[in-house]
Design a protein around this ligand. Structure first.
Ligand code: XMP
Length: 515
């Protein structure tokens, strides 16, 4: 396995993605935790130093533990990582030269194993790369040579082939460096000698073993939300411990049209996994009666979910473990330099409050995986493609897509309209090109005319965004004809909607959900 030491770059996670895509397992750890003791215990076969928003010449800026360069394994420094490597090994880094941001070209100066299958004659021995730096190395450390240059970075790539230390000023992990993935693969495969045998099939086998070891003959309870993560976790757990697992599906009545049934069918018929299906719609609609404040909705739904789940767990006869579909991005400790306190924009609903209240140990079999890897594992476990590829769906469900008061009638209207919208998206072949698409039923009525009749009905907003992690998002640029088709169908087929609008707000300043 490889170790990525994080200095706070926005794109550190992408390094991990690229390595894993090349079949190499790796973990990201913050620089201030990666000391000699940690590195020895972790036992990496290669170390990568990430970029950083900090600046090497600035007093107090972070450095790698000296042991990184004494561990006897190949080291690759990227951007800031290259600069501290140079400085810590006796070179010099300065600010105030030409900064380089964006696309640049590097040309080959010396052959290196780092460049296998790169710099072909057809490319005139150059490669397109993505630069983003203000500082640069002005004096190389001893033992290094320049193996590639760019116009503004004479030390674009440096190498000490004896010690297997490499440094690149550009970012190989981003897609804007077209052959960056190849370079990272060369580093871990050819230079560090890793074989690239980390696949989802291998992960599945190891995860099953690890679950059995952790759980022993204890009982595990797993809350299903209907989403991909908890479903994949449940199927994996069932493979590992069979009857020791109980799945509880709290059906809030706030899911999309048909999705609750899909979950029940998937578990009962497809996998034959016993499922406690709690039809809790009445409780949720009663509790939401008269509530229109978004935070109050969220708090109520989160709390009620935990109450119901806890009650069901008791009925099962006490469990020793609680299973959760926690993913790697939730686990990675982030490096922060500004010490700013995060503001609560929305209270997210997840079952995070459960473990403390239920005094159970946690089983989190997906905590090393990224979202797309979870989907891959789902396919490996035989989950249907339509299920695995689902768009993200928020825990509070349709309640936060109905600004104002939530009633059964309004949920029904939204479910129908949303189903038509998604049907059109699928028909147009757009579902997999969009991160998340949904409809929002507004508490606004407008006048319309249908046939010779006056109507006075609800406005429905359509939303679709592209995003990589939900933190930022751009609205999806549909063709107008597509939007027109959706509007016509929805207004014709759904009673209660007489006007459709499209939300063109990106995040920030908007959020993806409306509440
Ligand atoms: P926002 O609206 O904050 O949403 O831009 C970002 C992403 O998170 C999803 N979301 C949630 N997911 N529980 C969840 O599990 C929640 O309470 C919740 N609220 C929002 C949202 O759908 C989007 O993908």
């Amino acid at each position: 396995k490889a170790l990525i030491i994080d200095f706070g770059s926005q794109v550190t996670q992408l390094i991990a993605r690229r390595l894993r895509e090349s079949g190499v397992y790796c973990e990201i750890h913050p620089y201030n935790k990666a000391d000699a003791g940690f590195i020895k215990a972790y036992g990496p076969k290669a170390i990568i130093l990430s970029g950083s928003p900090s600046s090497v010449p600035k007093a107090g800026s972070p450095r790698a533990d000296a042991f990184v360069f004494e561990a006897g394994v190949p080291v690759l420094g990227i951007c800031y990582g290259q600069q501290i490597m140079m400085e810590q090994l006796g070179g010099k880094v300065e600010s105030g030269h030409h900064a380089e941001f964006g696309r640049a070209h590097i040309s080959l100066k010396a052959q290196s194993r780092l460049f296998k299958d790169m710099f072909g004659p057809e490319d005139n021995q150059t490669e397109e790369v993505w630069m983003s730096h203000g500082d640069r190395v002005t004096k190389m450390a001893d033992g290094f040579e320049i193996i590639a240059v760019s116009e503004n970075a004479p030390l674009a790539v440096v190498a000490d082939e004896t010690r297997n230390f490499y440094g690149t000023q550009f970012h190989p992990e981003v897609v804007h460096t077209p052959r960056g993935a190849q370079m990272l693969k060369n580093f871990v495969h050819d230079i560090a000698g890793m074989t690239g045998d980390w696949t989802m099939a291998a992960f599945r086998e190891e995860a099953v073993k690890a679950i059995r070891e952790q759980v022993g003959d204890g009982k595990v309870i797993c809350g299903l939300s209907g989403g991909v993560d908890s479903s994949v976790a449940a199927v994996l757990l069932h493979e590992a411990i069979g009857e020791q697992l109980t799945c509880v599906f709290v059906d809030t009545g706030l899911m999309r049209h048909g999705e609750a049934d899909e979950v029940v069918t998937l578990f009962k018929d497809h996998y034959n996994i016993p499922l406690v299906h709690v039809d809790a719609g009445d409780i949720f609609f009663k509790g939401l009666d008269g509530v229109s404040d978004p935070e109050k909705k969220r708090k109520f739904i989160g709390g009620a979910f935990i109450d119901i789940f806890e009650a069901e767990a008791k009925k099962v006869g006490g469990a020793d473990f609680l299973a959760q579909g926690t993913l790697y991005p939730d686990v990675i400790e982030s490096v922060s330099f500004d010490g700013s306190n995060a503001v609560t924009i929305k209270s997210h609903h997840n079952v995070g409050g459960l473990p403390a209240r239920m005094k159970m140990k946690l089983v989190e079999p997906l905590r090393e995986l990224f979202k797309d890897e979870v989907r891959e594992l789902g396919r490996e476990l035989g989950l249907p493609e339509a299920f695995v590829g689902r768009h993200p769906f928020p825990g509070p469900g349709l309640a936060i897509r109905i600004p104002g008061e939530v009633t059964r009638e309004r949920v029904k209207v939204l479910q129908l309209a949303d189903a038509i919208y998604l049907d059109e998206i699928r028909k147009a072949g757009l579902y997999d090109k969009i991160w998340q698409a949904f409809a929002v039923l507004l508490p606004v009525q407008t006048v319309g005319v249908m046939g010779d009749e006056r109507t006075y009905d609800n406005v429905l907003a359509l939303r679709a965004v592209n995003s990589t992690d939900g933190m930022t998002a751009d609205y999806y640029p549909y063709d107008h004809s597509f939007l027109g088709r959706c509007a016509t169908r929805i207004i014709n087929e759904v009673r209660g909607v007489n006007r459709v609008v499209y939300d063109i707000t990106s995040k920030p300043p908007g959020t993806i959900e409306w509440e």
